[in-house]
Design a protein around this ligand. Structure first.
Ligand SMILES: Cc1cc2nc3c(=O)[nH]c(=O)nc-3n(C[C@H](O)[C@H](O)[C@H](O)COP(=O)(O)OP(=O)(O)OC[C@H]3O[C@@H](n4cnc5c(N)ncnc54)[C@H](O)[C@@H]3O)c2cc1C
Ligand SMILES: NC(=O)c1ccc[n+]([C@@H]2O[C@H](COP(=O)([O-])OP(=O)(O)OC[C@H]3O[C@@H](n4cnc5c(N)ncnc54)[C@H](OP(=O)(O)O)[C@@H]3O)[C@@H](O)[C@H]2O)c1
Length: 363
């Protein structure tokens, strides 16, 4: 994978002040960006850095000097960018157990039985068992390598040739001691990476693609940050439409928690509704009423029309949460096919897949 530095030039909070989660619009740019080859639907891999305060506390604990060299890098360089400090390996956990007193071992085993160390960082372990000691040479081989994180590109190169725009939800979770912790990459790019600074990136080409035949209709289901590739799709189709190409209709199902706080890119979508780039926009704000309303409920409401689009050759796309949303949306799609098409939904979906007309980008 070819790595290039790319500069953060803009970061805007998209979610409203009352939103329980923070979602940002990021603009990355580089003068050479025009030479990057990416299409709507592609993602970018970003290499985050570990929180510098966390790294200094670890170095301090082990009394390691940040400038000590190991191989071609200094220890601070290894710990900041090359190794994962937020999730630990079995080998690391097994090794520290050999250093613990009997009483500490009992605590360790109790946590282990509860699978608690799945959410433990290196610093959490140091705080819980301050007696553990490693030299830099002993520590590094026990850690996981830092992995890049993927983000769907939320802009089309045809509209923003010099930019790569993203929509990122900051991941917040609780560790095994109910302490608040942040996702490494989302926290880094949403908070720590300063404007004007660069981050290493690589374009990751996806199979998630617009139809080559512009005239086909497309149906896009993308709640939350799942909206990202669809904004790129819609930008691309708006540019083609402006060029006088025969572009089919676009139908977007979007949703998130609250209309006031989480209707990201509202003005852009409403403008596209006015100028005809977005013929159907169906919204599901899950927490604006007592009972949850999700995108699949909107699909249900328009089931017959959705079936008619599919029957006439439309492409169907899902992007966003893999665990719940994508499963439920697919189930609803099958229900609609069965109800209105009166055919076996699995057979129809298999046919759609074979024609590339059913595509998912879920995580
Ligand atoms: C193809 C692809 C496209 C993506 N596009 C986007 C995008 O456009 N915008 C965006 O915000 N994210 C997107 N993601 C997710 C992104 O890559 C990261 O997984 C996310 O930002 C969390 O990374 P992190 O380093 O902040 O958290 P980490 O430090 O990796 O995770 C910390 C902890 O948070 C929890 N956690 C993390 N991710 C999830 C999850 N998905 N569900 C439940 N719990 C979780 C887990 O407890 C995990 O142990 C995409 C992923 C893929 C594979
Ligand atoms: N671990 C974390 O702290 C954390 C934080 C942020 C994101 N993520 C992950 O990142 C991904 C994207 O998150 P996101 O913030 O973009 O959005 P998201 O969490 O997927 O939520 C977007 C919308 O989808 C709704 N939703 C929940 N369950 C659904 C279902 N079964 N079917 C349809 N819609 C459903 C949500 O409603 P409700 O929430 O009201 O039910 C919300 O309105 C997900 O995989 C998510 O798990 C994890």
């Amino acid at each position: 994978m070819e790595l290039s530095p790319i500069r953060l030039i803009e970061r805007t909070l998209l979610s409203g002040p009352k939103s329980p989660k923070k979602v940002y619009h990021l603009v990355l740019s580089e003068s050479t960006l025009e030479t990057f080859d990416f299409k709507p639907g592609d993602s970018v891999a970003l290499w985050p850095k570990n929180n510098h305060l966390m790294v200094s506390k670890i170095l301090q604990h082990f009394a390691i000097s940040e400038n000590d060299a190991i191989g071609e890098k200094t220890i601070i360089e290894w710990l900041q960018k090359q190794y994962c400090l937020s999730h630990l390996t079995e080998t690391f956990l097994d090794t520290i157990r050999t250093q613990l007193t009997r009483k500490e071992c009992e605590i360790f085993d109790r946590y282990g039985e509860q699978n608690a160390f799945k959410t433990a960082s290196l610093l959490d372990i140091i705080e819980l068992f301050p007696s553990i000691k490693f030299s830099a040479e002993e520590l590094l081989p026990l850690l996981k390598k830092m992995k890049p994180r993927l983000y769907s590109i939320a802009s089309a190169q045809s509209m923003y040739p010099q930019q790569l725009q993203l929509i990122v939800a900051e991941v917040v979770y609780e560790n095994f001691r109910q302490q608040k912790r942040y996702g490494v990459a989302s926290h880094y790019i949403c908070n720590e990476l300063a404007l004007g600074e660069t981050i290493e990136c690589a374009i990751v080409h996806a199979k998630f693609k617009l139809p080559e035949d512009y005239s086909r209709n497309v149906i896009m289901v993308g709640p939350g940050t799942g909206i990202a590739p669809f904004r790129a799709f819609l930008q691309e189709r708006a540019v083609l439409r402006k060029q006088g190409k025969n572009v089919g209709e676009n139908w977007l199902f979007f949703g998130d928690q609250y209309r006031n706080a989480n209707f990201y890119y509202r003005q852009e979508f409403e403008q596209w509704q006015l100028d005809g780039n977005l013929s159907h926009l169906d919204l599901a704000f899950s927490r604006d009423q007592e009972h949850k309303i999700y995108v699949q409920d909107r699909m249900h409401k328009h089931g017959e029309e959705l079936w008619n689009w599919l029957k006439c050759g439309a492409y169907f796309y899902i992007c966003g949460d893999a665990t719940y949303m994508a499963v439920d949306v697919e189930a609803k799609l099958k229900e609609i096919i069965h109800q209105y098409g009166q055919i076996n939904p699995d057979t129809f979906l298999a046919q759609l897949k074979s024609e590339n007309r059913y595509q998912r980008d879920v995580y």
